[in-house]
Design a protein around this ligand. Sequence first.
Ligand code: SF4
Ligand code: SF4
Length: 148
Amino acid sequence: MATFKIGKMLMRSLFGKPATLMYPVKPAKITDSTRGHMTIDIDKCVFCSLCAKKCPTNALTVDRKARTWEIQRMRCIQCNACAVACNKDALQMAPEYTAPNTEKVVDLFQGPPKEEKPKAEKVEKAAEAPAVEAAAETAAEAAPQAEA
Ligand code: SF4
Ligand code: SF4
């Protein structure tokens, strides 16, 4: 009986369809819970490095000065810890897998230049302050005259 069972399994393995897909020749099955690869909306990123600190495989490098966010794809284990840590909602798991490669893949994202507050605005505000003070003084001086 056992020999018959083993023989049946052997035949099925030899002549049946393979249990695995020939990925990437055949496309992978994508489901709702598929964790494909990590993506970033670089415009939302404030380069705080929280994601890099939480990454268990050190796949992320954040450079605040250069405003860059970098991921080593082959180190990433798709755990989603970085996305949970990001309080700017900049990271998301996309369902598609990255293309297979024999080389180490590093994706670097460059953030937009930091917006400097225009200096002219500061100067204007500084100029406005004495003007407001002067108006207050004039009003205070005029008040007793009006009473008289
Ligand atoms: S992705 Fe989020 S956690 Fe990572 S550096 Fe940018 S803002 Fe910070
Ligand atoms: S998904 Fe996990 S392993 Fe991949 S970069 Fe984020 S924290 Fe690191």
